[in-house]
Design a protein around this ligand. Structure first.
Ligand code: MN
Length: 494
């Protein structure tokens, strides 16, 4: 796996008590572990060795440096020896990046026949990491604890899951969401507090009149349109009659205009609203699908929370198999022996989740009152996936995740939209009741690449309430969990 420029810093704690020789060995061992993590395909980022820390000043410096580095997604700490934790207080108090405490040791096995006091003095993480854990708990710090030998796949996988969440939280720090129009009128769950979102989740949301976008679309040249039509012909099943149609030319014009608008404004996520299309001749369908395929986050009907979530999920999923899309629970199949959910949207589902080459089609929409829009039609790949919903609870955000199994979908010749058929865990009855008790939205981020573990780590890093609906879901326990969580978040200082 090719790794980008995002880094995790590997920080080893020690002290001067043991003398120069021991510290040299600590450094050599620490370099070896950092190097192994750096080259591990299970970890999404580079892992950079930082010099062994033995003083409070050095610890504080590295924490402040991590805060201000735009490439540093977080710290991995390890206490090779005992590292008295009072010297960590100042640095940890100031740390504003995610923290993973890797409770490992250099040697996997105890060398029974050779172990002596020197060995005991060098390999002290069993108690050194407890001292470090205490101060993190005493400071009330959110952190991930991973236990195991540094060559153990289970430990590497846990660090890997967390590394993706850390990358997602770094992305949010520079994420700007553009909204074309406002929320769909009267819808509650897509509303919310954008100032709180910026405070707790870091991303920014900026609103524009649809006319601002229409102006940019109006300036798109015929040459830009022709270049896109050529791409459409290469990438999709598209009869030349469709490709030459006015609807597809207009869709290409909207795509080129949207791209320019988003690139010029530094936006990596956006929303549209079919109620508000002044100056656009059709609802942006294919444009949204193609922008999502290029990594943009999207939320329909002004849903900026889902737009940001889809972008963050796409970044977290980079390099993994499968796609990630905006999604909506559309309609049910309630045969008691085969209960399933048909997920789709009017148009806007990302072709990254498609099982084959999408078809480019033009059909009437039924709502919105504009020209017939172009769209990519396909079925999703079968297999495991997740749906994730971020909702605003007033005093905090809540992330709800359901494990799904995407199944084969019977032909639906009269439904010309991209769609996904899935069975939620543990079963539709339990999962949807749980989802509704938790207040989960109809809009979700849907991913075939990410797992609930990735999302749980992201929620932990961002201080977001996390509700998991999986095989173990018990409705009565979940109702209690929701009540307990309400109490916790109302008592917790903001
Ligand atoms: Mn919708």
């Amino acid at each position: 796996m090719k790794k980008g420029k995002v880094e995790l810093w590997f920080i080893t704690g020690s002290q001067h008590l043991y003398g120069e020789e021991t510290l040299k060995q600590v450094e050599a061992d620490s370099r070896a572990i950092a190097g192994a993590l750096d080259s591990s395909g299970m970890i999404a980022t580079r892992v950079i060795f930082k010099p062994v820390l033995t003083t409070a000043d050095a610890i504080t410096s590295v924490c402040l440096e991590a805060n201000s580095s735009s490439d540093c997604a977080g710290l991995i700490t390890w206490m090779h020896t005992f590292s008295p934790a009072k010297m960590w207080i100042s640095g940890l108090k100031r740390l504003q990046k995610p923290l993973l405490h890797f409770h490992t040791q250099f040697n996997r096995d105890i060398p029974w026949s050779e172990i002596d006091m020197d060995f005991m003095n060098l390999n002290q993480s069993a108690h050194g990491d407890r001292e470090f854990g205490f101060i993190c708990s005493r400071l009330g710090m959110e952190r991930k604890v991973v236990v195991g030998h540094w060559q153990d796949n289970e430990a590497l996988q846990a660090i890997g899951n967390w590394s993706r969440a850390a990358v997602g939280s770094l992305e949010a720090r520079s994420l700007r969401v553009a909204r074309f129009g406002d929320n769909m009128r009267d819808v509650a769950v897509t509303e919310g507090d954008k100032v709180s979102a910026q405070l707790y989740l870091d991303f920014e949301v900026h609103g524009y009149g649809v006319g601002d976008l229409a102006d940019v679309v109006g300036r798109v040249s015929d040459m830009q349109v022709s270049a896109l039509l050529e791409q459409y012909g290469d990438e999709y099943f598209a009869p030349s009659k469709i490709l030459a149609s006015k609807a597809v030319r207009e869709a290409a014009r909207i795509e080129a205009g949207m791209r320019t608008f988003l690139e010029e404004g530094g936006f990596r996520a956006f929303t549209t609203n079919f109620e508000d299309l002044h100056g656009l001749v059709q609802l942006p369908g294919m444009a949204v699908q193609r922008l999502m395929a290029d990594g943009y986050g999207f939320g329909a009907e002004g849903d900026w929370k889902t737009a940001a979530l889809v972008r963050i999920m796409k970044v977290m999923a980079e390099g993994l198999e499968g796609g990630t899309s905006f999604m909506e629970d559309y309609t049910y199949h309630l045969d008691p022996h085969d209960m399933s959910v048909l997920g789709a949207h009017m148009l806007e589902v990302c072709p990254s989740i498609a099982s084959g080459k999408p078809a480019l089609e033009v059909h009437p929409l039924g709502i919105g009152g504009r020209d017939d829009p172009a769209r990519l039609v396909f079925k999703a790949r079968t297999g495991r996936a997740i749906a994730a919903s971020m909702i605003g609870m007033g005093d905090r955000f809540r992330l709800i995740v359901n494990n799904l199994e995407v199944v084969e979908c019977p032909p639906m010749p009269l439904l010309p939209v991209a769609s996904v058929l899935w069975k939620p865990e543990p079963d539709l009855r339990t999962a949807t009741a749980a989802w509704i008790y938790a207040g989960g939205a109809h809009h979700t981020g849907f991913s075939q690449s990410l797992t609930a573990e990735h999302m749980a780590e992201y929620a932990a890093i961002t201080g977001t309430e996390f509700i998991l609906i999986d095989q173990k879901c018990d409705i009565e326990l979940l109702r209690k969990e929701l009540r307990w969580n309400d109490l916790y978040y109302r008592m917790k200082p903001a």
